[in-house]
Design a protein. Structure first.
Length: 326
């Protein structure tokens, strides 16, 4: 499987039996390619990088050096889940980097969405390079490239930002999922024993909550965003919407409105709910959320999340709105 072209006779992976055959083939291929050398992987906790990590752990164990960078823009509990699954359960060689302060200090006062994205992506490359240079004997770089990435970006997996590593590092690529579609990756991940909440994790932008904390990011508003998003995700899961809706999240903009909390005037932010369905992300429709559930979610957010006194619902399809706000 050295070509970037998916063989016409390649069987679609839809069952665990087919996934196990693929896993066995890739374990043999990885061992042949890597030998006794070390492999470096930026483990974000997303579907692709998590499945690559689980597959490489099966193939080469401690030769895999995983680096998880927490930029402070993760959803609630995500970094903790990465540590629990990979370090505690799979006994991976995992380096955890809490770069929250480093990121938020650089993002302070930055309002332009593209500038925010560049800071977040650029800082990741610098941190990943710093950590990579601490390892000895690493000759390979693993990436969560999947087949749509090759079709859409000519083989460059910009999502992981590893293309910006310095040339002097001379890594050879290990891309065991590069001929799979996303649904096939999920079947492989499930067969490898990854938890459903990781395998079926909804799409999450590379800059994380940085593009949902609109305008200049502040720690208090970021925390309000994280908590309101966690409530939305919890309620969708409890009410059978988690597997039905393609993407759902909250947005907290940088403005406040007058409200009343506990019998007193409040001046706080709104939380905006967005829930969309799509096939290709080029267009998107709005998921209709039962009003009783919306009322319950609203009550929880305004009651439980400091700094939020209103909940709004975004009813805009794509077009005219994009899926994300920034």
């Amino acid at each position: 499987m050295n070509s970037n072209k998916r063989p016409e006779n390649m069987v679609r992976i839809t069952t665990k039996e087919q996934a196990q055959t693929f896993i066995d083939q890739q374990i043999a291929e990885i061992r042949r390619q890597v030998g006794d050398k070390k492999v470096l992987l930026a483990l974000s906790g997303g579907v692709d990088s998590s499945v690559v990590a689980a597959l490489l752990i099966k193939a080469i164990g401690q030769q895999l050096c995983c680096v998880h960078v927490n930029h402070g823009l993760m959803r609630k509990g995500e970094s903790e889940q990465v540590i629990q699954v990979f370090r505690n359960e799979m006994h991976a060689n995992l380096t955890y980097v809490d770069a929250t302060d480093r990121y938020l200090d650089k993002l302070a006062g930055v309002t332009d969405p593209e500038t925010k994205r560049k800071i977040i992506g650029g800082e990741f490359i610098r941190i990943f390079e710093e950590e990579a240079r601490k390892f000895e004997g690493v000759e390979f770089l693993a990436q969560g490239t999947i087949y749509p990435d090759i079709l859409e970006s000519d083989g460059v997996k910009a999502h992981h930002n590893v293309g910006g590593l310095p040339e002097d590092m001379h890594f050879q690529l290990v891309e065991p999922l590069k001929l799979l579609f996303k649904d096939e990756v999920r079947v492989v991940g499930s067969t490898l024993g990854l938890p459903d909440e990781m395998v079926y994790r909804q799409p999450f932008p590379g800059p994380g909550l940085g593009v949902r904390c609109l305008g200049a990011i502040t720690r208090d508003r970021l925390e309000a965003l994280r908590e309101s998003d966690a409530i939305l995700r919890e309620e969708f899961a409890k009410n059978g919407l988690a597997g039905k809706v393609w993407q759902y999240f909250t947005v907290v903009p940088d403005f406040k409105s007058t409200g009343v909390k506990n019998g007193k005037r409040s001046f706080e932010w709104p939380a905006i709910i967005r829930a969309v369905n799509t096939v290709d992300a080029m267009t998107a429709t709005i998921e209709e959320i039962p009003y009783a559930l919306l009322h319950h979610i609203t009550n929880r957010i305004v009651t439980e999340v400091p700094g939020i006194n209103r909940v709004l619902l975004d009813l805009t399809p794509k077009p005219t709105g994009t899926i994300e706000w920034e």
